[in-house]
Design a protein around this ligand. Sequence first.
Ligand code: SF4
Length: 359
Amino acid sequence: MEKSQNWNDWRWQLRNRIRTPEGIKSYFKNLTEDELKGLETTVREFPIATTPYYLSLADREDPNCPIRKQIVPTYSEINPNKQVYCDPNALNEEEEIAHLTHRYPDRALITFTTMCPVYCRHCMRKRKVGKPERVISEEEFKPIYDYIKKNSQIREVLISGGDPLVLSNEKLFHYVEKLKSIDHIEVVRIGTRTPVILPQRFYDEDLLKFLEKYSPIWIVTHFNHPKEITKEVETAIRNIRKTGNPVLNQTVLLKGINDNPTILEELFRKLLKIGVKPYYLFHCDPIYGVVHFRTSIEEGLKIYARLRGRLSGLAQPIYALDLPEGKGKVPLCPQYLLKKVGNRYYFRNYLGEVIVYEL
Ligand code: SF4
């Protein structure tokens, strides 16, 4: 991919997203049968898009490239032999007020837009994103703001999407400023994949000044593979950190992309090195369109146990899954306590040795 002189301009990256099967076909060689059929059929159900930047990270020749797998649609996404028609969290997302989900007493989730710079093939919200692309209006924001202001038990607001950082600075600043002005809102979190797929968003001086002024705003991003950590990303993360805002990462465990302890170890080490705390490793939910990316929980636990022996606590995310119907997240943890006999506890350590701990 040729780097134009506007490469570092996030608006140029957004305007020049590749959004058609022809655009994808002209970049990649050796498209597999699954990819070719996906470009004919799947795209009617689940949209495609990528920034030129993120596309440039993908290997043109290798169908197993982890970036390519996150960009190029496949027939597997809609193949009835591979998918199940379910979305365990869909029911829970029924909203009384449009674009607002109030599931836990102290937290509320707002979706500012359905648009994302890249439509990730593994997206858990793919039944919603990009269909069609839109940003909420001032009229739609007002009842959200009124509801949060009225409900003083809400202490934390998560702004998600789509990707809220596709909003113009003007709109984004206005909505975040309003939320920050509510007395009982203690924490504002922005869930965004832009540090990964559009790092140029954080070259924008006005955005950086805004983040500094309203710090702390917790930036929660979503890196899945060490190949995603580039010079551009390092610059973006450095810029965010200079504004005094913390950056956390959520990874999804994805078959064929990162279901390997060596890859995850490299990812978490690289994240820590650039100043991003690995926060969650999510087990992939059984959602229509992403089932082919799932590993079993047993495989996930095996990978996680390997990581625990190799990484410091700081680099360890919590491995967790989302229970259906909004029943909460549960951490998944290998069994370390084997048994208790009298006052003796038998633990298995990361080397597989059984160690006795006596009270
Ligand atoms: S950026 Fe996030 S919300 Fe958007 S498609 Fe990717 S995973 Fe889904």
